[in-house]
Write a protein that binds this ligand. Structure first.
Ligand code: PMP
Length: 352
C-alpha cells in the first residue's frame, strides 16, 4: 500500500546489494576486497590530529588540499581532479554528468554490478558486451556511435587487466563519447590510464582509496580527466552535496597519498600473496583467471561453487559467490594476509 507514495522511478529501481559485512568477530573475511593491512600510520596520525575543536567548522567544500595531493602524485593539474565520497559516489555523479537517457551506454556483461543500478537511477539505457572466451574484455566490440562507455580495469569480479594499448584502441574508436575507466584495483599490478588523459579529452579515470590505500571505511574516491570533464562533475556535486568529504577524511587522504613508501610495500605484499594463493589454488585443481587485482576469481571443475562457499563459511571463512550466468561456478576470493590465505588453503584442502 505505502508504495503508492513512491515515485514511478523508485518503483523501477533494483538497488545494489553490497557484499556482506558480518557483525561477528574472528571471521576470515575474504569477500569484499578490502585491504588486509591497516591504513598508513601517517594517515592514521593525520586523522587523529584532525579530530578536535576545528570540527565545529565546515570542511573545505573543494577539498583542495586532497586534490592537490592527488594532482602532485599523478603529475596533473589540481583542476583535473575530482573527489567524492567513495568511488561509488564519483561514478554516480559521472553517470549523471555524461550519460543520456536516449543514448545507451556500453559495459561488459560481467562487470561491476553498480553500473546497472546507476543506469536505473538516472534512466540511462545500456547494452552489455559479452566478455570473450577467456573472460577478457573484447576491445573490438566497443564501438559507440552514441552513448558512453564504462568498464573496470582490472575488471571486477574477474581480475583480468587490459593493457594501456587496448584502452587506447577503445579511445581511438570512440573519439566523441565519454569513456570511463574504473580503476578501483589498478594499483595491484596494472598501469593507470591517467597518463592518457592529456591526449584524450573524452577519458575519465576513476579510482578509490578503499583498496590499495586501506581506507574503505573512510569513503574517498577520485576522478582524473581534462578540466572540462571535472567541471561537469563539480556542477553535479554542487547540485547534490557541496560537502562530500569531511575534514578527517581529507586529512587522512592527503597523508595516504604522501606516504608512498607504505603504499608500495603493502601493494607489493598483496601481489606476492596473490602469487602464492594462485599457485596453491591451482595445485588444488582450481582454474584461476590471471588477476591484476587484490582478489582472484577461481573455479573448481569438480566442485559446486555455492556449496564450496557454504562449507568455507562453516569454517568461518567468507568468500564471494555470484549467482550469475557464466560465472556461477566461480568464487571471488580477496587476497588476505599470508596467514589468512594459508587458513583458506588448508580449509579447501580438507573440502576438496
Ligand atoms: N568500482 C569497482 C570495480 C569496485 O569493485 C568497487 C568496490 N566495490 C568500487 C568501484 C567502489 O569502491 P568505493 O566506493 O569503496 O570507492
Amino acid at each position: 500500500m505505502s508504495q503508492n507514495y513512491w515515485s514511478p522511478l523508485v518503483k523501477t529501481l533494483v538497488p545494489y546489494t553490497p557484499g556482506e559485512q558480518p557483525k561477528v568477530a574472528n571471521l576470515i573475511k575474504l569477500n569484499t576486497n578490502e585491504n588486509p593491512y591497516p591504513p598508513s600510520p601517517l594517515a592514521l596520525q593525520a586523522m587523529q590530529q584532525a579530530v578536535g575543536e576545528g570540527l565545529r567548522l565546515y570542511p573545505d567544500p573543494d577539498a583542495s588540499g586532497l586534490k592537490q595531493a592527488i594532482a602532485d602524485y599523478y603529475g596533473v593539474e589540481r583542476q583535473q581532479v575530482f573527489v567524492g565520497n567513495g568511488s561509488d559516489e564519483v561514478l554516480a555523479h559521472a553517470f549523471m554528468a555524461f550519460f543520456k537517457q536516449n543514448e545507451p551506454i556500453l559495459f561488459p556483461d560481467i562487470s561491476y554490478s553498480f553500473y546497472k543500478v546507476y543506469a536505473g537511477l538516472y534512466e540511462v539505457g545500456y547494452k552489455t558486451v559479452p566478455l570473450n572466451e577467456q573472460f577478457q574484455i573484447a576491445v573490438e566490440d566497443y564501438q559507440q556511435p552514441n552513448g558512453g562507455i564504462i568498464f573496470p580495469n582490472p575488471n571486477a569480479p574477474t581480475g583480468c587487466l587490459l593493457p594501456l594499448a587496448a584502452i587506447e584502441q577503445i579511445l581511438q574508436a570512440n573519439p566523441n563519447r565519454v569513456v570511463i575507466v574504473d580503476e578501483a584495483y589498478i594499483d595491484f599490478g596494472g598501469q593507470t590510464a591517467i597518463r592518457l588523459v592529456h591526449q584524450y579529452p573524452q577519458l575519465l579515470v576513476v579510482q578509490t582509496l578503499s583498496k590499495s590505500r586501506s581506507l574503505a571505511g573512510l569513503r574517498i574516491g577520485l576522478a582524473v580527466g581534462q578540466a572540462h570533464l571535472i567541471d561537469a562533475l563539480e556542477r553535479v556535486k554542487n547540485s547534490f552535496n557541496s560537502y562530500p568529504m569531511d575534514k578527517v577524511a581529507i586529512a587522512g587522504g592527503v597523508a595516504a597519498f604522501e606516504d608512498t613508501v607504505y603504499f608500495q610495500q603493502t601493494c607489493q605484499a598483496i601481489i606476492n600473496n596473490r602469487t602464492w594463493l594462485t599457485t596453491q589454488l591451482e595445485q588444488l585443481g582450481f582454474d584461476v583467471l590471471p588477476s591484476a587485482a587484490n582478489f582472484v576469481f577461481a573455479r573448481h571443475p569438480q566442485q559446486d561453487a555455492a556449496q564450496l562457499a557454504l562449507k568455507l563459511r562453516e569454517q568461518a571463512i567468507i568468500v564471494r559467490h555470484f549467482k550469475l550466468p557464466r560465472i556461477e561456478q566461480f568464487l571471488r576470493i580477496t587476497v588476505g594476509k599470508a596467514e589468512d590465505n594459508q587458513s583458506l588453503v588448508t580449509a579447501l584442502q580438507a573440502i576438496c
